[in-house]
Design a protein around this ligand. Structure first.
Ligand SMILES: C[S@@+](CC[C@H](N)C(=O)[O-])C[C@H]1O[C@@H](n2cnc3c(N)ncnc32)[C@H](O)[C@@H]1O
Length: 348
């Protein structure tokens, strides 16, 4: 039995993997946290939606929670943002005493954020009576049970496009006996999908949307799901065969990337309030592994074109020096564009 799309998106030993991802990647995303922090401070949004929030490595969650904004966190990996929240709550003060973001006495309604909150009798306490320290890195509270806020949505940020492709793929490919046929069927499917799904966030309601390091992911999924399922059924192609398949491969990857970017930007356009802002960041260039040579990341011109069709770019909203971020990846270096976008009036 082949792995279904839903099974594919279910991370094994999820909690441990998400914690490991937080510990490993947090440093690389500091620039995005700083940029979003600046935007929250300068624009005081009432409602914020972080798309592709994952474990919140690039989301300044403490700033968002303290700002009083209503926060939506969206990712399709179930459990990821819940783990990110629990890892963002506890900080040690200068005297190495724990302080909890939600238990802070200045917080209006801690019960809305933690169901286990029990007011402390010591007025200077920075943790509540339920607090139980877990000495992991970063420290967490064992007693934390998430309340109604923030709103966490385990949903597809491409308005259901990627999910529908993944769900229909196995059926579509059931008769494909060659790689050529599999590519052809998958590419036709990619062009046929007209998703009607949408995030469970109201139209024109969000003052600040973040789409941080998300668009770059559309080059990988659900293409990798297709490649893995096809290799399972037909065996991996030889290097010579793979070279011949290259044009078909490019065609499918490009179709999936373009449709996902467009549907994602449509969703941002739908939920953004009049006068709202969107922080968008994605990789422009990367180095070839073990080399100093840079190449342009797949899909960059298309992503910029699709963004420019729907939004105005605002290069004054974050400091000029922060608009391009360079960071170290596992295999080399990467250059990222960080830009703020604002709605254009929609043509009637
Ligand atoms: C490179 S990560 C960005 C860092 C992430 N905010 C973090 O801190 O873990 C991209 C995130 O987007 C999510 N993602 C990718 N495609 C998605 C989709 N179609 N719908 C929802 N989430 C998606 C991934 O699960 C991942 O968590």
């Amino acid at each position: 039995m082949s792995v279904t799309w839903e099974e594919y998106l279910t991370v094994p030993e999820a909690k441990a993997r998400f914690i490991e991802c937080f510990q490993r990647c947090r440093g690389a995303f500091e620039r995005h946290r700083e940029n979003i922090r600046n935007l929250v401070e300068t624009t005081s949004p009432g409602i914020v939606a972080c798309l592709g929030a994952g474990v919140l490595n690039d989301i300044p969650y403490r700033t968002l929670a303290k700002s009083g904004a209503k926060v939506h966190l969206v990712d399709w990996l179930a459990g990821s943002s819940d783990v990110g929240i629990s890892l963002s709550l506890i900080e040690m003060d200068d005297g190495e005493q724990p302080q909890c973001l939600y238990c802070d006495v200045s917080h209006d309604s801690p019960e809305e954020f933690c169901l286990n909150y029990r007011r402390s009798n010591g007025s200077a306490d920075k943790v509540c009576d339920s607090f139980e320290l877990s000495q992991c890195d970063p420290p967490t509270c064992n007693a934390f049970v998430k309340g109604d806020s923030p709103s966490v949505h385990y949903e597809d940020v491409t308005g259901g496009y990627a999910n529908e492709f993944g769900q229909r793929l196995l059926h579509e490919m059931r008769d494909a006996r060659t790689w050529e046929r599999a590519f052809s069927k998958a590419t036709k499917l990619a062009g046929r999908i007209k998703p009607t799904g949408r995030l469970s966030i109201d139209d024109a309601s969000v003052d600040l949307v973040t789409s941080s390091m998300l668009v770059s992911q559309f080059a990988h999924e659900p293409y990798n799901f297709f490649a893995a399922r096809t290799a399972e059924r037909l065996g991996a192609p030889t290097p010579e065969h793979e070279a011949r398949l290259l044009p078909a491969m490019e065609k499918l990857r490009s179709a999936l990337f373009t449709h996902q970017v467009e549907r994602h930007l449509d969703e941002i356009q739908r939920i953004l309030s009049p006068g709202g802002k969107c922080y968008l960041s994605f990789e422009l260039f990367s180095t070839i592994p073990q080399s100093h040579q840079w190449f342009m990341v797949e899909g960059v011109p298309k992503a910029l074109q699709a963004a420019g069709d729907r939004f105005h770019f605002n290069f004054d909203a974050i400091p000029e020096s922060e608009s391009i971020a360079q960071f170290q990846t596992r295999t080399g270096r990467s250059l990222t564009l960080c830009v703020v976008m604002e709605s254009k009036p929609i043509d009637k």
